[in-house]
Structures are given as C-alpha cells and as structure tokens.
Design a protein around this ligand. Structure first.
Ligand code: FAD
Ligand code: UDP
Length: 374
C-alpha cells in the first residue's frame, strides 16, 4: 500500500464519499478511503437482487432535503427521478394513509366530511395538553391524542426500539409530521428525489477520481497504527469503537432484513406499509415503487428489529446521550491533538438522515480546508 496519503477516511458511506471527493478535487489531496464492508455507499447501499431488481440492502432510503446547494452538488454525480415516498399503516384491520393527514382522520374517525377546520377542532378535543413534551409518548399524545397514539405509534415504537415511547426523546416520534391537508407524502422536504441509477452508482461516480484510492474489506483498526496521513484522518465508524469502548458500549439498535421475490408485478399499493400492532416485522418495503423499474416480478423486504447486529440506529435516550458526551470529549481532544475528525451518524451517535450527514461532511471539509489556509 502506498503510504503517502494526505488524508485517511474510515468508512465509505455518504460522509466518507463526500469528504473523499472534496479533498481529492478541491484540495488535490491524496486520499485513502477504506471500508470494512465489501461495498461503498454505507447504509445507503443498493444492489441488484437475483431477479435483476434493485433493492435497498439496509432498509429503504428516501432521499430528501431542503438544501438546493446540496442537490446541485450531488447533481454532478447523478440524474434524479422524483421521490415516490408514500407509506400506509396497517392497523385495526385497515390500511390508513400515514403520516396522519386529513384522509387518515376521515377514515379513522369515520367522518368523511372533515375539512382542515373541523379536523383541527377534532384534534383539539383529542389532544392531551402537555406544554413541553419530555418524551415521545407525551409528544404524540399532545399532538393527536390517545386513540391514534395507540393505533399508530405505541406498538410500532415498542417493536422498533424495545423501549417504551415514554423513555425515548420526543424527536423520535417527532420525525413524523401530522397534517391537516390531503398531502400523503411521507416527509415534508422541498426536494424529494431518488438517484436515477441508485445510490451506489451515485457514490461510485463521486469517488471516481485519480487522487482517491479505495480499499474495501479493510477495518480502520488494521491500518490505524501503520498508515499515517500527513494532514488528517476522518472517522465515520461508531465513536465508542474508536476509543476501544473505554467508557462502555453505546447502545445501538439493529435490524434484520428478509427479501422475498414474488411472481407478480406489484404486491402492495405503495413503497412501505407499517405494521404497528401485527407481525414481528415493523414494515414491508417494495422499493420498486421508488426505483420505477419495470419487471414481471417484485421483491418485498421485511424488517425485523434486533438488539444485536450492525449498528443502524443510535438510541435517543437521556442516559445514552450522557455516555456519548463522555466520548465526545475524548473526540474533541483527538481532533485537537491528532487531526482526527469524527463525522456522521455512527461517529456522532445521532439519528441523522442522509442529507444531514452530507451537509455535516461539507462543513467539516470546509473547517479542515480553512485550517490549511485555503
Ligand atoms: P454509514 O452510512 O453508516 O457509513 C459508515 C460506513 O463506515 C459503513 O459503510 C461502515 O461499514 C464503515 N465503517 C464503520 N466502522 C468502520 C471501521 N472500523 N473501519 C472501516 N469502515 C468502517 N436517511 C435518509 O435520508 N432517508 C431515509 O429514508 C433513510 N432511511 C434509513 C433506513 C434505515 C434502516 C437506516 C439504518 C438508515 C436510514 N437513513 C435514511 C439514514 C442513512 O442511512 C444515514 O444518515 C447515512 O447512511 C449516514 O451516513 P454515514 O456516512 O454517517 O454512515
Ligand atoms: N413511528 C411510529 N409508527 C409508524 C412509523 C414511525 O410510531 O408507523 C415512530 C417510531 O418510533 C419510529 C419513529 O417514529 O422509530 C421514526 O420513524 P421513521 O419512519 O422516520 O423511522 P426510520 O425510517 O428512521 O426507521
């Protein structure tokens, strides 16, 4: 291995790829980008299933952003198709549009004539007044009341996290909007787009640069003491692992995915169906609705939450936040003394979306660029 690198980047996910591209093309730095997996794109990785259909290997990724500059930046590496992000919730034996919107309220309360105003009044009656919700349960109760909390949120959250919504930060269930109009899209963002050829192709194009050496199936621990970069190290893996679990392990939530091919064109009416109260899985995903592929067959993925496995979700609870803060103090020292920068969902123990980590990567890049007099 060539050992004269300006920067080493551990993790070829969204953060690692954006950083590698920036260092290589803006700074003309020599980059070593490694990942312990056998592919790039991190958890956004998509690949061809045996059937020829593109699947999202680590759960559905619905790219969204409010940031035009970010979309312009990414458009150098991909064309886009519109994000067709529609979800339904299967509860009380019926399929409801989710997140809760006017159509959900009409169906749930059997009031087909509800409009924005009468729905607002209805919600006022249902809501439990809680001024400053301190957890996810209080957050949902204060927004939609107990009946809908129990129908749509309680069971799903218990299954997903194995933690009661009372013990999770308000921001967990707060990710989901509630609307008094007929907008059924899953998220609110201005730009809802999918890379036309998939995420993996977009990231491959991003890092296709003569200054970037990519080395897969390489753990940071294998090289951290032997390959020393001249300028900086970017670490995007779990922060507790970097410090050898010195203060104990940070809890992560994992998932197991089961992919099943079906010999019909479509199996469900939209990309995702959530199952708050039935089955061991939380949701079924038919990503074909998003990728727009034409095929006689379809593939459904079933998501089973797990305590063990790859770290997918930091668990937003008070005590975990405190433990993370202890690691963050060490990380700050490491940045100051050794130019190691911690960035991303695993490295910052934060429930970030893809657009958010890419913005952080660009920001961190600018900080480092500034340090080097550019
Ligand atoms: P990651 O994507 O996790 O990449 C980190 C990489 O580092 C991995 O490839 C890992 O193998 C590698 N690595 C870790 N440790 C080491 C080591 N020691 N040595 C070498 N390599 C290492 N975001 C959205 O915007 N929309 C969505 O719909 C969405 N859905 C999601 C669904 C699921 C089930 C999950 C889990 C996440 C979802 N996300 C979604 C979030 C998105 O996946 C993350 O925001 C994004 O992938 C974070 O990028 P990252 O580079 O920080 O980390
Ligand atoms: N959630 C819920 N019911 C649903 C969907 C989501 O209670 O039908 C809660 C659950 O706690 C979940 C959180 O809202 O973990 C965030 O949901 P999102 O769909 O954003 O989760 P992700 O796609 O990140 O897994």
């Amino acid at each position: 291995m060539d050992k004269n690198y300006d920067v080493i980047i551990a993790g070829a996910g969204p953060v690692g790829c954006v950083m590698a591209e920036r260092f290589a093309s803006v700074m003309n730095w020599k980059v070593l980008l490694i990942d312990k997996r056998d592919h790039v794109a991190g958890n956004c990785f998509d690949k061809q299933h045996d059937s020829g259909l593109l699947i999202h290997r680590y759960g559905p990724h619905y790219f969204r952003s409010n940031n035009k500059d970010l979309i312009d930046y990414l458009s150098q590496f991909t064309d886009w198709i519109p994000g067709n992000y529609y979800v339904k919730s299967s509860t009380n034996g019926e399929l409801y549009p989710f997140p809760i919107n006017l159509l959900t309220l009409r169906q749930f309360f059997k009031k087909p004539d509800l409009n924005a105003e009468t729905a607002q009044q209805l919600l006022e009656e249902k809501r439990i007044p809680i001024e400053n919700p301190a957890n996810s349960e209080e957050f949902v109760l204060s927004r939609v009341g107990r009946e809908m909390y129990e129908a749509f949120y309680l069971g799903y959250t218990l299954k997903q996290w194995a933690i009661h919504p009372k013990d999770l930060a308000p921001s967990v269930c707060g990710r989901i909007p509630v609307r008094l109009n007929e907008d059924e899209r899953y998220v609110d963002h201005k730009y809802q787009l999918t890379p036309a050829l998939g995420f993996t192709e977009m990231f491959k194009k991003m890092i296709d640069h003569p200054n970037i050496d990519l080395q897969l199936e390489t753990d940071f621990n294998q090289i951290r003491h032997t390959v020393k970069p001249t300028k900086a190290t970017i670490y995007t893996g779990p922060i507790d692992e970097y410090f050898d679990y010195k203060f104990g392990k940070l809890p992560w939530r994992s998932l197991e995915f089961e992919f099943k091919e079906e010999s019909k064109e479509f199996s469900q009416p939209c990309v995702q169906i959530n199952y708050p109260n039935d089955h061991d899985y939380t949701r079924t995903v038919e990503i074909k609705h998003v990728t727009g592929q034409k095929h006689r067959h379809t593939v459904i993925s079933y998501e089973y939450p797990r305590a063990e496995g790859d770290p997918y979700y930091p668990i937003p609870m008070e005590e975990n936040h405190h433990l993370y803060e202890r690691y963050r103090t060490l990380a700050e020292q490491e940045t100051k003394e050794n130019d190691v920068f911690f960035c991303g969902r695993l490295a910052e123990y934060k429930y970030y979306n893809t657009d958010e980590v890419m913005e952080l990567a660009l920001k961190t890049f600018n900080t480092i660029k500034g340090k080097h007099g550019n």
